[in-house]
Ligand binder design. Structure first.
Ligand code: BTN
Length: 230
């Protein structure tokens, strides 16, 4: 699949996803990788920002042609596999693709692009060397890091690229099985913009199934909030 070549590394940029989009629009080939030490307007899902202190996180974006049907989920599995190499317990996935260690987020994934035009940008941020003091107080309960030194960012990138090479072309059934095995929401109380209920797995289209008092709902986009035990 040859992911990671050519590679452009920037000490500081607005967002590696924005850089990758610009390069994709000017014809960058499949597999082009943008990395940065620091982002000034890191982008997160749902219009949020993504904040990471310089040099302490893996910040990367790949230009992909012909993105697989379950790209967002496959990327989550790939990141979780890479994270597992350094974690004490297996990473879990909060649908669609937040990667958690314990109850805290260690990595985030942002897929953007125009598949009809033949390109998609897969952006990934992994908290490699982040400590609690690096995070704003409101994020300390929600985020965590791998507990490595800054110098480990390249090793994490290498593991991630190998894992993406294996998972992006994988059979959708294998991706779904791996997602289900890491499902952090299974059986738990969740709420979303349309209501609340109990998470009941991932269906064959990669949607999150939620059982409410009266209905079975399948979400194909958006975000759910996990009800934490009192
Ligand atoms: C999320 O909200 O969980 C997704 C976060 C994605 C962050 C990564 S960091 C590298 C790439 N560039 C960006 O601007 N965002 C993604």
């Amino acid at each position: 699949m040859s992911l990671g070549r050519p590679r452009l590394h920037l000490r500081r940029t607005d967002s590696t996803n924005l850089q990758a989009r610009r390069l994709a629009l000017s014809g960058a080939p499949h597999g082009t990788l943008i990395t940065a030490d620091e982002q000034t307007v890191g982008r997160g899902r749902q219009g949020r920002s993504w904040v990471a202190p310089p040099g302490r996180a893996l910040l990367c974006s790949l230009v992909l042609e012909d993105a697989p049907r379950l790209l967002s989920l496959a990327a989550g599995v790939a990141v979780a596999d890479a994270v597992d190499r350094w974690a004490e317990s297996p990473a879990t996935l909060k649908w669609p693709n937040d990667v958690l260690l314990g109850e805290r987020k260690v990595a985030g994934i942002l897929v953007e692009g125009r598949p009809q035009a033949g390109w998609t940008v897969l952006g990934i941020g992994i908290n490699v060397a982040l400590g609690a003091s690096d995070l704003p107080p409101e994020l300390r309960e929600q985020a965590t890091g791998l507990g490595l030194k800054s110098g480990a960012v390249e090793a994490v990138l290498e593991a991630l690229l190998g894992s993406l090479e294996a998972w992006l072309p994988a059979d959708p059934a294998a991706v779904l099985e791996a997602v289900r095995a890491r499902d952090a929401l299974q059986g738990r109380g969740v709420s979303w913009s349309g209501g609340s209920g109990q998470a009941a797995g991932i269906d064959d289209d990669g949607r999150l199934v939620i059982l409410t008092d009266r209905h079975r709902v399948a979400l194909d986009a958006g975000e759910v909030h996990l009800h934490r035990p009192a």
